[in-house]
Each structure stands twice: as structure tokens, then as C-alpha cells.
Design a protein around this ligand. Structure first.
Ligand code: TXA
Ligand code: MG
Length: 371
């Protein structure tokens, strides 16, 4: 299949109209949102939805989010909204929040994977909103990556995964937030975060009072996540990855990087600007490391994480050593993605020692702490 590519800088209205017509005709089109790119199709048309699963190679038991452009559009999709659901819609829409609510009859089983709930989100990205309005239907859209790869945050990364498999790609530049929306189950007695994302736990608590976090998110393989998609190996770079967490993560990561370099290992290093600058100051030209920085704070990390993981796939290091951040604010979402990327191979660097937090096989030198 030939994939159309629309550059939105030129004539955005014509491009969006063309893309919307393809969606209305049952085709799949990728489009930008404020979180990551989505792979969109008519959410009320089971054949169109089936094409999304085929393009992504997505397991059929993993339900999709329906994207709407106006809050009223939700009424026909649900059996009823409780006070928590309404409070979340009023406070955080449009924006990076998905609510899980009881489904109505018109939502196809292909979208909900047979569950009696449906996930709905109203994105704030102007291109996404215009596309949904022009298509005249709720748009079912997962992230626009091949299943198992990091979500795409720019059109080139979408094309890498989807060229030849879908009808078109709307290029709206880079996504601002960079990690997927927060998914909140509003049907449980206490609203529960099924996937941390752009709307933080603190923001939800401020609005709702108590909020729970799905206990399966801590990586315990014995627990089954309530969002089916959270159980898959995800966001994973091809090279094995190890993650330092804790107060001394930056320091230990720098020591391990220098050790790897001395041994001539082609290690990938994922860190912030401060650590990158420090490392480069003590390395010779032509060293063996691939050091990629996300910038300064947690929002830079969220914005660039997936792009950097894809860069590592191109650079093919022997392994990657990453640096964690604390879990406040956006930290919860980025740490969730980083831990998954590392397959829960995690070292805790605190109190002048390094201990295994989870995981099994670590290269010996990652465990060294010299005081
Ligand atoms: O930011 C986002 O949410 C992006 C953009 C494109 O909107 N979309 C996205 O979709 O990340 P996807 O399909 O990659 O992730 C949706 C997550 C999956 O973990 C899925 O299992 C979960 O939401 N989900 C969908 N419907 C659900 C339901 N009824 N109950 C529980 N979890 C659900
Ligand atoms: Mg996804």
C-alpha cells in the first residue's frame, strides 16, 4: 500500500480534510497528538479497527482508546458516567488523560477487546482535534509504533514503523509531552491509575482526593495489570539495558561509564546534560561510548525518551546504562517507561553502596562502589 505523507506546514486544512476522508472511508491514518503519534481509524467500524491491529501487529486482547473532539461526544459511547469521571473530564480535557468508563452497545468488541469498559480521551493537539471533527466519528488510536517498539514522537519514527502499511501520515512535528496519556479507571471504588502519564498522580489527587495506582505497575510478574497493554514488553530498545536508581544514580552511572570505556566496551549511556558534560570532560577523543542526553529536567526526559531509545537501536551499543530520576510529578511516568525499557534490571545506588533492586544478571563492574 502506498502511504501518503502530508506536511502540515503547507496547507493544513486540505491535508486534514484528505486524511479525515480516508478515515471516514475505513482506512488507517497516523496523526500527531500532544503525547505521542496515534494510528487512527473510525472507532465505530470494526473492519477499520481490524486494520489498526494488523498494521501494528497488536495482540487482539489489548483494547484501544477512542479519541473525541468534544466532551458531548462521550455520551453515546458509555452506559453512564459517575462523578469522578465527570470531574476528570471537566478538569483535564482536552489533554493527556484517558478515562476508563462503562461502554455502550455501539462500541465494537474489537475496540474494547471484549471488556465491558471503554477508554476515552479528548486530545488537546489542534491537528488531532481538527481530524476527529472532520472525520465525524470517534477515532480509535493506539500509539503509532509496531507493537513492542517505543511509541513514535515524530513523523519520521512513524514512517520507520508504518510506511507501506497504512493510508497516510500527518506530519505535525514533534509531540510536546512525549509519553502516553495517563489512563485512569473510574469504575473502581477508588479511581485507579492504570498507566502513569502526562497528568500526574499529584494533579489527580488534588482534584479527586484519594487515587490508587495499579499495584502490578511495580513490575511484580505475579500481578496482572488492569490495562492489558501494560503487561507486554514495551518501550524496549534492542540492546540490554541496566538502570541506576536512587540518590547516587548519576555518580554511579558516571563511574560505570568510565569503567566500560576503559575496557573498550561500546556502551550506550542515557543521562542528563550535567552527567554528559562531566563524562565528556574526562574522556579522550575517539572513546567507545555512545552518550545520549535528554536535556535537563523530567519534562525533557519525557519529551525525548522514546526518540533516544530509537537512536540507540540505530547506534547498536553492546548494552545501555541508564540513569533514573525521582518519581514525583512526571517522574512516575518516565520511571515506569525506563524500568520497562530496562526489563526491570535495576540497581539502587544509595548510601555509598550499590544493591540489586530487581533483575538477575548484571555485569560485575556495574555493582562496584568504591567507598
Ligand atoms: O497518549 C496516548 O494515550 C496515545 C495517543 C495516541 O492518544 N495512545 C496510546 O494508546 O498510548 P495505546 O493503545 O498504545 O495504549 C492504550 C492503553 C493500553 O495499555 C490498553 O491496554 C489500555 O490503554 N486500555 C485501553 N482500553 C482499556 C480498558 N477498557 N480498560 C483498561 N485498559 C484499557
Ligand atoms: Mg502503545
Amino acid at each position: 500500500m502506498e502511504t501518503k505523507f502530508w506536511e502540515l506546514k503547507k496547507d493544513p486544512e486540505a491535508a486534514i480534510a484528505e486524511a479525515a476522508a480516508l478515515i471516514a472511508a475505513g482506512e488507517v491514518v497516523a496523526f500527531p497528538t500532544e503525547t505521542v503519534y496515534g494510528l487512527g481509524a473510525d472507532g465505530l467500524n470494526p473492519e477499520a479497527v481490524a486494520k489498526i491491529f494488523a498494521a501494528k501487529g497488536r495482540p487482539a486482547d489489548n483494547p484501544l482508546i477512542l479519541h473525541i473532539a468534544d466532551p458531548e461526544q462521550i455520551e453515546t459511547l458509555t452506559g453512564g458516567l459517575n462523578a469522578n469521571a465527570r470531574a476528570l473530564m471537566e478538569t483535564f480535557w482536552p489533554g493527556p488523560l484517558t478515562i476508563v468508563i462503562p461502554r455502550s452497545e455501539i462500541v465494537p468488541d474489537a475496540v474494547t477487546a471484549g471488556l465491558d469498559t471503554v477508554a476515552v480521551r479528548m486530545p488537546s493537539h489542534p491537528v488531532a482535534a481538527a481530524l476527529i471533527r472532520a472525520a465525524g466519528c470517534p477515532i480509535a488510536a493506539p500509539s503509532a509504533n509496531v507493537s513492542g517498539k517505543p511509541s513514535p514522537t515524530n513523523a519520521a519514527d512513524v514512517a520507520e514503523d508504518m510506511k507501506g502499511k497504512i493510508a497516510g501520515i500527518l506530519d505535525g512535528g514533534n509531540c510536546g509531552i512525549g509519553v502516553e496519556s495517563t489512563v485512569v479507571d473510574t469504575t473502581s471504588p477508588v479511581p485507579t491509575i492504570l498507566r502513569p502519564g502526562g497528568i500526574t498522580r499529584e494533579m489527580l489527587e488534588e482534584r479527586l482526593g484519594a487515587v490508587e495506582i495499579d499495584p502490578a505497575l511495580n513490575g511484580n510478574p505475579a500481578l496482572r495489570p488492569k490495562a492489558p497493554g501494560m503487561k507486554y514488553r514495551h518501550y524496549a530498545p534492542q540492546a540490554p539495558m541496566y538502570l541506576y536508581e536512587g540518590k547516587q544514580a548519576a555518580q554511579r552511572l558516571a563511574e560505570a561509564a568510565l569503567h566500560a570505556c576503559k575496557q573498550g566496551m561500546r556502551a550506550g549511556i542515557l543521562c542528563d546534560d550535567a552527567v554528559k558534560t562531566r563524562l565528556e570532560g574526562s574522556l579522550r577523543r575517539g572513546h567507545s561510548l555512545e552518550i545520549l542526553s535528554w536535556g535537563e529536567g523530567k519534562s525533557d526526559l519525557a519529551e525525548h525518551l522514546y526518540e533516544l531509545l530509537r537512536d540507540f537501536d540505530r547506534l547498536t551499543p553492546q548494552f545501555i546504562i541508564g540513569m533514573g530520576v525521582d518519581e514525583r510529578g512526571l517522574g512516575l511516568a518516565v520511571m515506569n517507561r525506563l524500568r520497562k525499557a530496562a526489563g526491570y534490571q535495576i540497581l539502587l545506588a544509595e548510601d555509598d553502596c550499590v544493591t540489586v533492586k530487581s533483575g538477575k544478571v548484571f555485569p560485575e563492574f556495574l555493582m562496584l562502589a568504591d567507598n
